[in-house]
Design a binder for this molecule. Structure first.
Ligand SMILES: [Zn+2]
Length: 478
């Protein structure tokens, strides 16, 4: 099946064709590690993971890089002004910026793990690539695309007429829009910094380029350098949040293409901003959630993942806490169906004569078809749930149950929201836990909720949970 993706560079849906058939090189703008990652960040990161999983499902050999920005990202995103975000946070917490960087990088990696990401092949830190950045700056100076004033190095956008081709901002418009800067060093207010010299900056490096002065890199050059070093001069896919399109990605294109003289990226994908409770997320409105906040409310990584992926990445999406409860129900519905199939496949439960082969195939085709259509995750989930309905109506034989389970495994390999096939209850629940369950039921009937809760807590300490079903409660391993 042909994969069609919406390319932000050409503003249309295109059939995806990598430079080398069968191989995909992709780069994702990762987190700036100055605070706990929030759920809006993760909507963009999840697109990267979905792409990786889906392209691999489609037989591509994928190489994936997501960077970690640990220096040079200014508090004023669009300008070279403001303070380094890491340094500002370090000042606030009265610690070293390196400590801030490592602390939030650890938290980010922990979130990747909890949200069941397939680890990118590389998660490079910007501070480990200063040498490569300097080499690139040297080339840009050499080729006349950059100039140096008082040690600061700026990209000269008058030398790169294609500047603006991604965001479709024409140069005049950019000029008018450029705010009146205090910085009089720039030949043109739209020029952007590649290297900055600032005595007060706590993270500094010797500049390994001609006439270089000790300083630190600009945010944009970091991604160009890491992508070039780890993936080569040309890549197939580059992703990021829609707010990264300008100026960050526009600047990446200018730097990389000026250096190599070749088109940098084949397909640009941009993820739409996440809305929370109908508004832009903000701490002052009380609708700001870090990933840890969601875990703190008792939700799992799979539930958060489901809630963030149920809407296609280019559609606007409104996140609410209620959507996490819906995710919980939806995942449980899928896993109940899988559990029944697993019991039939294992011969623990009697089945029928349905082979489910055609129905499984139809479901997989619908699932893949939706994702081929610009990663339409809501369509893919609809295919999964249509299949759940079919399976629940059917009476499969053991082979039919295995075939259907294989389809569910494939859905999970791509979406990563359901987890492995639930264990079938071959191992019996210990007798003392069944007695506790009975005591809990009796206590509830007598409205003695304290005793009922105590029984439930003891059950959960033993690694089981109480699942209420129409036939009454039963115990399951967590
Ligand atoms: Zn980037």
């Amino acid at each position: 099946m042909k994969i069609r993706l919406y390319n932000s560079l050409t503003n249309r849906l295109e059939e995806f064709r990598p430079l080398t058939p069968g191989k995909v090189l992709m780069y994702h703008c990762g987190p700036t590690v100055y605070s706990s990652p929030h759920i809006g960040n993760f909507r963009a990161f999840l697109l990267a993971d979905l792409l990786r999983r889906f392209l691999e499902d489609q037989g591509f050999d994928v190489k994936q890089v997501m960077n970690i920005t640990d220096v040079g990202h200014m508090t004023d995103d669009d300008e070279d002004q403001g303070e380094d975000k890491l340094q500002a946070e370090a000042r606030k917490q009265k610690v070293d910026p390196w400590k801030i960087a490592r602390m939030y990088e650890d938290e980010f990696r922990d979130c990747l793990d909890k949200l069941d990401f397939v680890m990118p092949h590389a998660l490079p830190r910007a501070t480990d690539y200063i040498g490569q950045m300097c080499a690139m700056i040297d080339t840009l100076l050499e080729k006349g695309y950059a100039y140096q004033v008082n040690g600061n190095v700026y990209f000269d956008i008058s030398k790169f007429p294609e500047y603006g081709k991604l965001s479709n901002k024409v140069l005049d418009e950019l000029e008018e829009g450029a705010r009146v800067e205090v910085n009089t060093e720039k030949r043109d207010p739209r020029d952007f910094a590649l290297w900055k010299v600032d005595d007060k900056h706590l993270m500094q490096w010797d500049a390994g380029f001609r006439d270089g002065v000790r300083g630190f890199p600009g945010w944009h050059i970091e991604c160009s350098a890491m992508s070039g070093d780890l993936l080569g001069e040309q890549i197939d896919i580059h992703t990021g949040g829609e707010d990264n399109m300008f100026p960050h990605h526009e600047c990446e294109i200018a730097q990389s293409e000026a250096c190599t003289g070749k088109p940098f990226v084949g397909t640009w994908l941009h993820v739409k901003h996440l809305m929370v409770d109908g508004e832009k997320m903000s701490k002052s409105k009380g609708n700001f959630y870090t990933v840890s906040d969601i875990f703190g409310k008792g939700y799992s990584g799979h539930e958060l993942r489901y809630a963030l992926m149920r809407v296609q990445y280019r559609q606007s999406m409104n996140f609410t806490l209620a959507s996490l409860n819906e995710a919980r129900t939806a995942i449980a519905r899928v896993n109940e169906a899988r559990k029944r199939l697993a019991r039939i496949a294992a011969g623990v439960e009697a089945g029928g004569a349905d082979d489910l082969a055609a129905r499984s195939e139809t479901a997989e085709t619908a699932f893949v078809g939706a994702l081929c259509d610009d990663l339409n995750t809501s369509g893919a989930l609809a295919a999964v749930f249509a299949f759940v309905t079919e399976v629940n109506k059917a009476a499969p034989d053991a082979d039919g149950a295995k075939r259907a389970l294989a389809a569910f495994d494939r859905f999970d390999r791509v979406l990563g929201v359901f987890g492995p096939t639930p264990e079938v209850g071959v191992d019996s629940v210990p007798q003392e836990l069944l007695e506790l369950l009975e005591r809990r039921q009796a206590a509830r009937a007598a409205k003695d909720f304290a005793t009922a809760d105590a029984c439930r807590d003891e059950i959960s300490r033993a690694g089981y949970q109480v699942v209420d079903t129409p036939e009454g409660p039963r115990l399951e391993r967590v």
